[in-house]
Design a protein around this ligand. Structure first.
Ligand SMILES: Cc1cc2nc3c(=O)[nH]c(=O)nc-3n(C[C@H](O)[C@H](O)[C@H](O)COP(=O)(O)OP(=O)(O)OC[C@H]3O[C@@H](n4cnc5c(N)ncnc54)[C@H](O)[C@@H]3O)c2cc1C
Length: 308
């Protein structure tokens, strides 16, 4: 292993770094001091060692056996936010909510980020969005460090955004993103965000341990068979229709408040959460013929047989 200035910790548990509070250890956890440290480390790392960049773990189930290779988690050296006219430039470790607030104070509308609990790196990688706006609608450019330790600038076309996804080569670490937003008054933007927070709290289990929507909304269905009647279904409705609101496995539960939210009610393992999700997929298919697709990313290895 290279010897960076930042913290490089062997066998570091990841459960306290994820929203669901589950998961085994990273073989190595690297928290680079700054961009130069990250570049030097990646440049010196054996190219055969797997690299997994993580944000704040709000869209992850880390399996109980942990993650092989190096998990990279950006911190203080990567969380600066600055506003230049209608553009907001944010480090990848900055929280979406902080970026939205800072933009609003400067009269720039990035309010869609306010209720997404992740970091900017995770937001770009996942093309995060809500209330009809996505990262793809606002991203001007992003900067990333390649697996060889070089800094590159990526334009939206390079990231090939799709619904809750983007294309980023394996092991590349996003370090900064530049967004553009419409101009408005800080007062109007702050009121808009307060409204969004209230709507969230009314419909989602925002105070429980979850990773947001578990499954994507099934796309392209038609109740009449007509081509002009194609629409998306709501994942929570098909889960509810299969009688799975509140379904449990160990400490894992499909939320009573929002059946597409998988929650750790306390003491769940990653296997409980993923197992319940797979059971829901199976029973929804039996009930409606619809194949739900995971939106939560599941990463790492299952616990060794006979282990926890
Ligand atoms: C209560 C709740 C509500 C949510 N609501 C929404 C919502 O409305 N809309 C929405 O889109 N999502 C929502 N989510 C899901 C989640 O917040 C988003 O997907 C978020 O963008 C993930 O960011 P993160 O920093 O937590 O990334 P992580 O979960 O840590 O990682 C997600 C992916 O991003 C990659 N990644 C993270 N940082 C970097 C980086 N620096 N460089 C390269 N890759 C990186 C990881 O490798 C992984 O592939 C919600 C989650 C919760 C818990």
């Amino acid at each position: 292993m290279p010897h960076p200035r930042g913290a490089l910790t062997p066998s570091r548990t990841l459960s306290d770094l994820t929203w669901l509070r589950v998961g085994g250890p990273a073989e190595w956890l690297f928290q680079p001091a700054d961009q130069e440290d990250l570049c030097t480390f990646l440049g010196a790392l054996d190219p055969a060692t797997p690299v997994f960049p993580m944000g704040v773990g709000s869209n992850l189930i880390v399996r109980d056996g942990g993650i092989r290779g190096v998990v990279i988690r950006l911190g203080r050296g990567f969380n600066a936010i600055r506003v230049e006219g209608a553009r907001v430039i944010a480090g990848a470790a900055a929280l979406d909510a902080h970026v939205a607030r800072r933009a609003a104070e400067a009269g720039v509308d990035l309010t869609f980020l306010r209720t997404i609990p992740g970091s900017i790196g995770g937001a770009v990688r996942m093309n995060a969005g809500c209330y009809g706006a996505y990262v793809a609608d606002h991203l001007v450019e992003a900067r990333a460090v390649t697996r060889a330790g070089e800094v590159v600038t990526l334009l939206p076309g390079d990231l090939a955004f799709g619904y809750r996804q983007s294309h980023l080569p394996e092991g590349w670490v996003l370090i900064e993103a530049t967004f553009a937003g419409k101009a408005s008054t800080p007062e109007a933007l702050i009121a808009k965000m307060e409204d969004q927070i209230a709507r969230r709290d009314a419909s989602q289990p925002t105070r429980e341990r979850s990773a947001g929507s578990t499954f994507r909304n099934p796309a392209g269905f038609s109740s009449t068979g007509r081509a002009d009647d194609v629409h998306d279904l709501k994942a929570w409705k098909v889960i509810d229709a299969a009688g799975l609101r509140g379904a449990r496995r160990g400490g894992a539960q499909m939320s009573e408040k929002h059946p597409n939210f998988l929650v750790n009610t306390g003491g769940a393992s990653a296997a409980d959460l993923e197992g319940l999700g797979e059971e829901v997929r199976k029973r929804v298919f039996q009930n409606s013929g619809i194949e739900l697709e995971w939106e939560i990313m599941r990463v790492g290895e299952p616990a060794p047989v006979g282990g926890t």
